[in-house]
Design a protein around this ligand. Structure first.
Ligand SMILES: *[C@@H]1O[C@H](CO)[C@@H](O)[C@H](O)[C@H]1NC(C)=O
Ligand SMILES: *[C@@H]1O[C@H](CO)[C@@H](O)[C@H](O)[C@H]1NC(C)=O
Ligand SMILES: *[C@@H]1O[C@H](CO)[C@@H](O)[C@H](O)[C@H]1NC(C)=O
Ligand SMILES: *[C@@H]1O[C@H](CO)[C@@H](O)[C@H](O)[C@H]1NC(C)=O
Ligand SMILES: *[C@@H]1O[C@H](CO)[C@@H](O)[C@H](O)[C@H]1NC(C)=O
Ligand SMILES: *[C@@H]1O[C@H](CO)[C@@H](O)[C@H](O)[C@H]1NC(C)=O
Ligand SMILES: *[C@@H]1O[C@H](CO)[C@@H](O)[C@H](O)[C@H]1NC(C)=O
Ligand SMILES: *[C@@H]1O[C@H](CO)[C@@H](O)[C@H](O)[C@H]1NC(C)=O
Ligand SMILES: *[C@@H]1O[C@H](CO)[C@@H](O)[C@H](O)[C@H]1NC(C)=O
Ligand SMILES: *[C@@H]1O[C@H](CO)[C@@H](O)[C@H](O)[C@H]1NC(C)=O
Ligand SMILES: *[C@@H]1O[C@H](CO)[C@@H](O)[C@H](O)[C@H]1NC(C)=O
Ligand SMILES: CC(=O)N[C@H]1CO[C@H](CO)[C@@H](O)[C@@H]1O
Length: 607
């Protein structure tokens, strides 16, 4: 059989090889396929209960996968020192004796995958100094013992998945100085084996999948200075990601998918300045804040598909100068605005399919880009098109090209409500209703030109644009600015609020005067007050009226006093009668008890 095979493959060389084989081997084991050229013996799925006889000594590749082997003993492979690849996967092996692969100096690939091994004792891999790939996944290993891989200094790839692994000893990975790729998956580990991992100084790629770890600890990946690719995938209970979890890493690709993280672990990522690919798909992340990824200056590809995204802040991707692929398909986004991107011109692929997109002029920029922007395989559709009849689905590009979609700059209604005056403690409503297409976003600036935060203590910003302050306090007075904006532009108005606090008018008198200083003298420039000034002037005049009145009374006193002195007599009582201004007259009442409309008496005693 061997002879014919060889002459088929290589008629000329055959003679030479046959000579070599005949001189040194027993031929090919029964039921197996042999190749003299590649020196391989393939006994895949042959129901072999043990290692067959007749394997040529020169064999380099030996495939014994899917058979019925039970154990591996020290002398099993000693006769084949030329072995380079050995596949023992898919057998019933439950025990491997120490020294089993003792003389296999040339072995570079060994698979023990899918067996029933419960324990690999120290010494099992002794002598495999040339081994580069080892697969012990899909077994029943519960613990990885100290120094068990000690000799494998050339090992580059290790698969430890699909075991019942509960614990990895601190020194288990000691000696694996050349290890570049480690896969740990489907294990019962309850935390990242950070002590064991810290020995893998050469590790480039770490894949940790299907683990039931609920929280990452601080410094989970310390001393992995060369690690570039980290994959954390299918950790369904992971909900804690501390800021220092990835401390010390310098990654270029990072994947955190199918976890229970509801917020982007922004602070943990912020130091990854060399990261180019980030995959955060299939996490229940709800929103992306402004510039949360700002440390990731080299990021090119961002996947956030299948999350629960409904809000992306207006400047979310600022500082991402090189972002060229953004995948936010399968989310809950209504729109995606150009303002989110630092460099929209760098964007090449934008996947926004399977989102409830509202096709209005916020999406117009998709057409206006100088080069074509790809939507990937799935064309996005609008869930509603501004102005178009509902019913049939519209492709986004189609809808934007149609003339349904128009943009109208916001316009704020201007009328007398821009002067608001309330008593302290009451509620104040500052209106700002704006129209535009798409509906403008309304925001308010305080008199100090700070943004008024929504629903902050006493301040409520209603959907119709009205700012409610309840209850008002004296210091709330001033000129507020309302800004309404949409993609087409913006509009603003000033609304003046006066909070009457006449009970303490005297104490705060100077404040009133300095505020209106511009009317009388050139002081420091007050803020641009267009409407507030008039109102304040009114208030001040009213206040001054009061003082004038009191002044006159005092003056009368003085006159009477002087006059009575001059007469040598003392008048003991003075009655003064006046009619207080009614409330509508500009707020002359000093307190709530001042309801009576009739004349009022001041009774004063002279001493
Ligand atoms: C295997 O290791 C031996 C020494 O341990 C070395 O001489 C030999 O070149 C190595 N073979 C390969 C393929 O690296
Ligand atoms: C590992 O987890 C699986 C599934 O949760 C369970 O069936 C198995 O008994 C666990 N093994 C150990 C050693 O805890
Ligand atoms: C994920 O988090 C939610 C709460 O945020 C919790 O109710 C749920 O049980 C968590 N899921 C898992 C698998 O831990
Ligand atoms: C981080 O990785 C990048 C790319 O691999 C490399 O150029 C850079 O020097 C590394 N930085 C540090 C501090 O190791
Ligand atoms: C991102 O992660 C998901 C889930 O693991 C995976 O299906 C997808 O292929 C990944 N995308 C990229 C570009 O790596
Ligand atoms: C975006 O994510 C979806 C869902 O995982 C995937 O099907 C699609 O291929 C991704 N797009 C790109 C460009 O990778
Ligand atoms: C001023 O605007 C408010 C609300 O926008 C409205 O209720 C009121 O009627 C308007 N007044 C005038 C005079 O237009
Ligand atoms: C806006 O809504 C609030 C609360 O619903 C209401 O008090 C206010 O009067 C409304 N503003 C306008 C201009 O209708
Ligand atoms: C106030 O300043 C204006 C210009 O800033 C100047 O024209 C005016 O004369 C000044 N008035 C007084 C009273 O100083
Ligand atoms: C001061 O008031 C005068 C008129 O009363 C006005 O022309 C000027 O612009 C005001 N100055 C400032 C800084 O508001
Ligand atoms: C005040 O008015 C000046 C000139 O009219 C303008 O340049 C400036 O932006 C205004 N400041 C504010 C806070 O509105
Ligand atoms: C007595 C009184 O009400 N004084 C007020 C004067 O105004 C300042 C702020 O402008 C308030 O903080 C004081 O309570």
């Amino acid at each position: 059989m061997l002879h014919t095979a060889i002459s088929c493959w290589h008629p000329l060389l055959g003679v030479v090889l046959v000579a070599v084989f005949i001189g040194s081997t027993l031929g090919c084991p029964a039921r197996c396929d042999c190749s003299a050229q590649s020196r391989s013996v393939l006994c895949h799925r042959k129901r072999l209960p043990a290692i067959p006889d007749g394997i040529p000594i020169e064999t380099r590749i030996l495939d014994l996968s899917k058979n019925r082997l039970h154990a591996v003993n020290p002398d099993d492979f000693a006769a084949y020192p030329g072995l380079e690849e050995l596949d023992l996967s898919g057998n019933n092996i439950n025990y491997v004796e120490p020294g089993a692969f003792n003389l296999l100096f040339n072995l570079h690939t060994l698979s023990l995958k899918s067996n029933r091994i419960k324990l690999l004792s120290q010494g099992v891999f002794t002598g495999l100094t040339n081994l580069t790939v080892l697969d012990i996944s899909d077994n029943k290993i519960v613990i990885l013992l100290d120094y068990m891989f000690q000799d494998l200094r050339n090992l580059r790839s290790l698969e430890v998945g699909d075991n019942d692994l509960v614990y990895i000893s601190h020194w288990a990975f000691s000696g694996l100085l050349g290890l570049e790729t480690l896969t740990l998956e489907r294990c019962n580990l309850t935390e990242v084996p950070k002590e064991a991992l810290s020995h893998l100084h050469g590790l480039l790629s770490l894949h940790m999948r299907h683990l039931n770890i609920g929280a990452l600890k601080e410094n989970s990946f310390r001393k992995l200075h060369r690690l570039r690719h980290l994959e954390i995938d299918h950790w369904p209970s992971l909900d804690t990601f501390p800021p220092s979890a990835l401390h010390g890493l310098n990654l270029t690709t990072l994947s955190i998918t199918y976890t229970n993280l509801s917020a982007l672990p922004a602070r943990a990522l912020s130091h990854l300045a060399h990261l180019t690919h980030l995959n955060l798909s299939f996490n229940p992340i709800r929103h992306i804040g402004d510039a949360v990824l700002q440390g990731l200056v080299r990021l090119q590809v961002l996947h956030l598909a299948g999350a629960h995204l409904s809000v992306i802040a207006p400047h979310a991707f600022h500082t991402l100068y090189h972002l060229r692929v953004l995948n936010v398909s399968h989310n809950r986004l209504e729109t995606l605005e150009i303002s989110m991107f630092q460099a929209p011109e760098a964007l090449r692929v934008l996947q926004i399919d399977h989102n409830p997109l509202v096709c209005d002029c916020r999406l117009m920029w998709l057409l206006q880009k100088p080069h074509t922007l790809s939507f990937g395989e799935a064309q996005p559709e609008c869930s509603s098109v501004d102005g178009a009849p509902r019913g049939r689905p519209y492709k986004v590009k189609e809808a934007l090209h149609s003339n349904h979609v128009t943009c109208i700059k916001p316009k704020i209604d201007r009328n007398k409500t821009q002067l608001v005056s309330v008593d302290e403690g009451q509620r104040a409503l500052l209106h700002c209703s704006a129209r535009g297409k798409p509906n403008p976003v309304v925001s308010w600036l305080s008199p100090r030109r700070q943004p008024v935060r929504q629903n902050h203590r006493r301040f409520t910003l209603h959907n119709n644009g009205t700012l409610e302050i309840r209850p008002t306090e004296a210091q709330d007075g001033g000129v507020y600015m309302c800004v309404a904006s949409n993609t087409a532009g913006n509009d603003s108005i000033l609304v003046s609020l006066a909070v009457k606090n006449l009970g303490s008018l005297y104490a705060n008198r100077t404040q009133f005067y300095t505020d209106s200083a511009n009317t009388t003298a050139n002081g420091t420039a007050p803020p641009n007050v267009t409407f507030g000034l008039d109102l304040k002037t009114i208030l001040v005049s009213t206040a001054m009226g009061c003082f004038t009145f009191l002044g006159v009374v005092l003056f009368c006193f003085l006159l009477l006093f002087v006059w009575s002195r001059g007469k040598g007599k003392h008048k003991t009582n003075i009655d003064i009668e006046y009619v207080p201004r009614s409330k509508s007259n500009g707020g002359g009442s000093t307190d709530g008890s001042d309801q009576g409309a009739g004349p009022r008496r001041f009774n004063m005693k002279m001493i």
